[in-house]
Design a protein around this ligand. Sequence first.
Ligand SMILES: [Zn+2]
Length: 190
Amino acid sequence: MAASEPSSGSYCAHVAALSEDNVHRNYHDTQYGFPVHSDDELFGRLILEINQAGLSWTTILNKQANFKKAFDGYCIARIAAYDAKDVARLLGDAGIVRNRAKIAAVIHNAQQVEKLQLEFGSFKGWLDQHGNLELEQWVRLFKQTFKFTGVEITREFLVSTGYLPGAHATDCPIAVILHTAATPQNHTRS
Ligand SMILES: [Zn+2]
């Protein structure tokens, strides 16, 4: 989500007034701040956050299904092996964001995640290992590891996957659900 959009607290209030089939309502109620257990789904979230740069989150949510289809269901192994033909296919896909730098970053990042999977067992394992970092340390780590992950993208990725707090206002019904489900070992359980 971009800084120009409602901050987390007001985002909760904002979506509460929307119909249940609204993309923001759906995202807020079922994804935002929820722990993600699959590496491919985690990587998919990173793809969406990278592609959001300079665009509205509404645009990305409306294209969410297109992204998943275009990027092979977010399969890290497949994306890491993308060649020039795949890049051309993606640049020609009007259903997603056709931006060469973002596409190149996604492919590079998939290759980086494959290395993390070898070393840490999984992308999630790597994230869990760093679960107690402060935002500033996360940003440094992401910059060392990935491309196209500035402060905003790194923060939103981590907030949206529950690694950093602040997705929901404390009185939001979803915050209550997430809090009830959470344990101190939340991120190390699979
Ligand atoms: Zn909320």
